[in-house]
Design a protein around this ligand. Structure first.
Ligand code: TEU
Ligand code: CA
Length: 572
């Protein structure tokens, strides 16, 4: 018997504090709301909660712009509330991880306030400052052509000291300078050690591959000839000191029984990922890759794409890529399809119409719940929450990423109605806002998230009338009840579902996604009809006389799959 680290078999439930549960009637979710929901969360069958940033912040990017790592954003609660949440989580035998956001801070962080105050301030070098460039006409230009993740240049001019500073996200999120060893030490102390000492069990590490930048800050290749700034993801990710930094962080974490899951965008090169997550590399325990959630999005601008038109074989390939880590490397992987940066999976990968909504939600639960690696699910996914209604006006979108994109189209298209309608259609499909509408606890105007006469910080999805926890707790055939069965199947047959090697079957089949999970002499097969029409059950030797351990239709047929039907077989 091999001793495995606890986090491999764990199921993690992600919580977005602002939108989970409001307990004091200000329309904003809070930490006591999470604490009071722990019994519900545990009843789903999850082992770990991941709490998105609850640190003090001016909330330009919903707390991913931290002004004080050691303080809690007052509307969410206090340090005492966090201590209580940690204790209550542990008392139930569960664990808790936090978001570690250390590529950048808020512009309001004390460190940045000092850094920007003068060129000879001792903290000047804690952020990335560069002089201007000038073109032939003598116009001031930023140091390079990088486009920020939320549009515009990654460089903002600071009048006071007459230099640019770098920000890969909003101007209010200046990038820390990881080349400065004193800065690193302060980050480790405030953002990691402080919380590890308080008892947290690890971190989801935000944009983990962006800390180290190429010191020459090279221009990105021109992919959009009409634009000033260019997509530079491949240039600023995975810089030269990444491995050194992650080893340092890991040395701290290994003093605790803590794990890390790093967010690893823009990394098509698998050997780079293995350098981070290989067991022998000792850097991160696992990463999130983006191939699945990026499907169908625009290559130049993620929102610049026709409404969703991915092909099923592309999804299979994306999943195969991350699953095969277990077969071909000593690294570990993750399974996820939702988080706070993604639209709802039923609306993107299933069918959110009344007829197939619940069935496709269950099929997706079976599909992602039987993949190897550590499984992550996002609040509301367990009840099959869907995107915001299409009738809602653009004013209901609150995310800086959505707003910036819409404004940019507005500006560039000079009010062209067609282009604006296209931008809105894309946001209706892909915006991060869809994940951020409040949790749907019950029927009623505010869905039990807050009192019905309190204006919530974001409008509650009207679907709360028919998609809510209260109703699904009562129904044996609900997506929530099905998720519980998926998670218990996953625990019972963990050798196959958590640790098994993934083998894709019938890779080019455009409607049916099927795969084998194999470990030693244990074999399981999962078959998912990812379409609204009937399809043939694929052939697999021994399938016809094996047991279906979990399926989402009442009477599974012998040779055909009903629309959105999913089955898991255990052969041996
Ligand atoms: O996201 C970082 C990231 O990799 C982005 O590509 C992300 O997918 C974003 O949606 C791009 O539009 C993390 C957080 O998850 C996100 O919420 C933050 O906004 C971001 O970092 C900045 O801290
Ligand atoms: Ca509140």
């Amino acid at each position: 018997v091999t001793i495995r680290p606890w986090w491999k078999d764990s199921v993690v439930y992600q919580i977005y504090p602002a939108s989970y549960l409001d307990t004091n009637g200000d329309g904003v979710g809070d930490i006591p709301g999470i604490t009071s929901s722990l019994d519900y969360i545990q009843s789903i069958g999850v082992d770990v909660i991941w709490v998105c940033p609850m640190y003090d912040s001016p909330q330009i990017d919903m707390g991913y712009d931290i002004s004080d790592y050691k303080a809690v954003y007052p509307p969410y609660g206090t340090i005492q509330d966090m201590q209580k949440l940690i204790a209550e989580t542990h008392r139930r035998g569960m664990r808790i991880i936090l978001d570690l956001v250390v590529n950048h801070t808020s512009h309001q962080h004390q460190w940045f306030q000092e850094s920007r105050s003068s060129k000879d301030n001792p903290k000047r070098d804690w952020y990335i400052w560069k002089p201007a460039k000038y073109d032939a006409q003598g116009h001031r230009k930023p140091p390079n052509n990088w486009r920020s993740n939320f549009g515009g240049s990654t460089w903002t001019w600071d009048e006071l000291t007459q230099e640019y500073y770098l920000h890969l996200f909003c101007p209010e999120q200046p990038d820390l300078n990881w080349d400065n060893l004193e800065t690193r030490k302060a980050i480790y102390e405030d953002a990691m050690i402080y919380w590890l000492d308080m008892g947290v069990d690890g971190f989801r590490v935000d944009t983990v591959n962006m800390y180290s930048k190429d010191p020459s800050f090279p221009d990105a290749p021109i992919t959009d000839p009409n634009a000033e700034e260019q997509d530079a993801g491949l240039v600023y990710c995975n810089g030269p000191k990444m491995k050194e930094i992650l080893s340092e962080m890991n040395a701290i974490l290994s003093r605790y029984d803590a794990f890390t899951v790093g967010e690893c965008p823009n990394t098509p090169d698998i050997s780079t990922v293995v350098d981070y997550v290989g067991a022998s590399a000792k850097r991160l325990n696992m990463v999130f890759q983006f191939e699945v959630v990026d499907l169908g999005q625009g290559k130049v601008f993620k929102y610049k794409s026709k409404p969703f038109n991915f092909q099923l074989p592309e999804l299979k390939e994306a999943i195969d890529m991350t699953q095969s880590f277990l077969t071909h490397t000593d690294g570990w992987t993750t399974s996820f399809v939702e988080n706070h940066d993604q639209a709802r999976s039923v609306s993107r990968f299933g069918d959110d119409s009344p007829r197939w909504r619940e069935r496709s939600a269950k099929m997706l639960a079976l599909l992602f719940g039987s993949l190897s690696g550590t499984l992550f699910i996002y609040q509301g996914q367990e009840i099959g929450m869907i995107n915001m209604p299409k009738e809602w006006s653009i004013d209901e979108y609150k995310d800086v990423d959505s707003i910036n994109y819409y404004r940019m189209v507005d500006r560039c298209s000079k009010n062209d109605a067609m282009e604006l309608a296209e931008a809105q259609a894309s946001l209706q499909h892909y915006a991060r806002d869809h994940a951020r509408t409040p949790m749907q606890w019950s029927t009623g105007f505010n869905g039990g998230f807050t009192a019905d006469d309190t204006p919530p910080w974001m409008r509650v999805n009207t679907s709360t009338e028919y998609i809510n926890v209260q109703d699904q707790l009562k129904r044996k055939d609900s997506p929530l009840a099905f998720w519980r069965r998926v998670l218990s199947m996953r625990k019972q047959y963990n050798e196959s579902f958590v640790h098994g090697n993934f083998e894709l079957l019938d890779a080019s089949n455009p409607n049916v996604f099927s795969f084998v999970k194999r470990r030693g002499n244990r074999v399981a097969v999962v078959v998912c009809n990812c379409s609204g029409s009937e399809n043939k059950l694929p052939y697999f030797n021994g399938l016809d006389n094996s047991k279906i351990v979990l399926g989402n239709v009442d009477k599974p047929a012998v040779t055909t799959l009903q629309p959105w039907e999913g089955r898991a077989y255990v052969l041996s």
